[in-house]
Write a protein that binds this ligand. Structure first.
Ligand code: LCS
Length: 407
């Protein structure tokens, strides 16, 4: 058996390879096996009772826990530097679990104004049914955050980098504002996983992720995670994600995410390099009105990006085309461009090995009410790019060729 490693003393790459992955006790399998079972049997009735009561460690039923998922949860906690993690069946399962943990009828949640459309839907439609009040504020503006807090505010919820406008929030300052008032902070870190941004180290109480994206990194599994202190997570696990919502991942998907995470450090480096290269290309293109990528020194948020991301500016970006290209409406120009790429795929999601391009106003954010979309700048001219892991020169050549159809 391998020795226990102290991940607090080891680098990020080492942690992503070894955390959670002890050789399997049955046969010494080095890769974590997929325990594809719904239930577990006990040697005796006494043992069953003790496992159920928590007196004895063990597994009873996969909705409540499974060894493959436990391995993933250990790796997820090391990823974000949390004490513990809950793996969920999707990012939305993680968002729902974290929201229900903190908010009850009569409470108020202040949320970032620009967020993923399904999360926006949960806030707008689902929480109001439980008499939970939600308002939004510009989380890139600390005064707006402080001004949006009410007597009954229990939770601040925002994305570390907003989907799809790539707006950063100062997590350290926002956490300070919240904690001074006894308010919890939940950050969706899907767009900027470590080594880019580490919300817990900046003061957030919980981090949620769609592991579907960079964390799995292979575009072949849906998953999510809630990461934080054990005492915050225990009630969520026992009362919400496993018992109430049943958002447990399948052992097979846990295995895929666990496997994908081992190469995270190398993958994230390449995503960041390709994201920066594409953003720089777009900035110099005459058809582009504006690029949304805080890694560019021209970005109004570059100083904050430098402070929080330390050079790892991510693989996701958005840009707007100029008005009236060849007399076309913005939406038509976007469609023409999207249809002209050969390496990038027209697809939602992000963090896949291959580059993905999408039109947010008609795809990911099509369900957001039009006036809210306009207020956030999600115009018909906006295209979102998830830079993949391809060779940079191939990607740049493809972007150059695709843009030439607009000349
Ligand atoms: N949080 C963020 C910031 C997201 O972007 C998404 C999905 C989720 C949570 C939900 O994760 P899921 O349940 O899909 O694992 N974002 C998507 C997107 O931008 N395109 O396709 C899905």
């Amino acid at each position: 058996m391998k020795r226990k490693l102290d991940f607090s003393k080891l680098g990020f790459g080492t942690g992503m390879i070894h955390a959670g992955q002890e050789p399997d006790p049955s046969y010494g399998a080095l890769a974590t096996p997929i325990y594809q079972t719904s239930t577990f049997c006990f040697d005796t009735a006494e043992e069953g009772g003790e496992i159920f009561s928590g007196e004895r460690a063990g597994y009873a039923y996969t909705r409540g826990g499974n060894p493959t998922t436990t391995a993933l949860e250990q790796k997820l906690s090391i990823l974000e530097g949390g004490e513990a993690a809950i793996a969920t069946a999707s990012g939305m399962g993680a968002v729902g679990g974290a929201l229900l943990a903190y908010a009850k009828a009569g409470d108020h949640i202040l949320r970032g104004r620009c967020i993923y459309s399904c999360t926006e839907h949960v806030f707008r439609e689902n929480l109001s049914k439980f008499n939970i009040e939600v308002t939004s504020a510009d989380f890139s503006d600390l005064e707006a955050v402080a001004g949006g807090i009410k007597e009954n505010t229990k939770l601040l919820y925002f994305e570390s980098m907003s989907n799809p406008m790539m707006e950063l929030s100062d997590i350290r300052e926002i956490s300070r504002i919240a904690h001074d008032r006894g308010i919890k902070v939940v950050v969706d870190n899907t767009f900027t996983p470590p080594p880019e941004i580490r919300p817990l180290s900046l003061g957030a109480d919980l981090v949620v992720h769609s592991t579907t994206k960079y964390i799995n990194g292979h575009g072949d599994a849906i998953g999510g995670a809630i990461i934080g202190a054990k005492e915050e997570l225990d009630p969520i696990r026992s009362g919400i994600t496993t018992k109430l919502l049943g958002t447990t991942p399948s052992p097979f998907n846990s295995y895929l995410v666990l496997r994908g995470m081992q190469t995270m450090e190398l993958r994230m480096q390449r995503h960041c390099e390709n994201g920066f290269a594409i953003a720089s290309f777009l900035e110099g293109n005459p058809h582009v009105k504006r690029v949304y990528y805080p890694g560019l020194s021209s970005s109004p948020q570059h100083a904050l990006a430098e402070r929080m991301m330390k050079g790892n500016y991510g693989g996701i970006l958005a840009f707007e085309l100029k008005d009236g290209i060849r007399g076309m409406k913005a939406f038509d120009a976007c469609k023409k461009l999207l249809n002209s790429f050969t390496i990038p795929s027209i697809a939602v999601s992000l963090g896949d090995p291959g580059t993905l391009v999408e039109h947010a106003a008609s795809m990911t954010h099509g369900a957001v009410p039009a006036e809210e979309r306009e207020r956030e700048g999600i115009t018909d001219a906006l295209i979102r790019v998830s830079a993949g892991l391809e060779d940079k020169e191939d990607l740049l050549a493809d972007f150059r060729a695709a843009f030439s159809v607009l000349d």
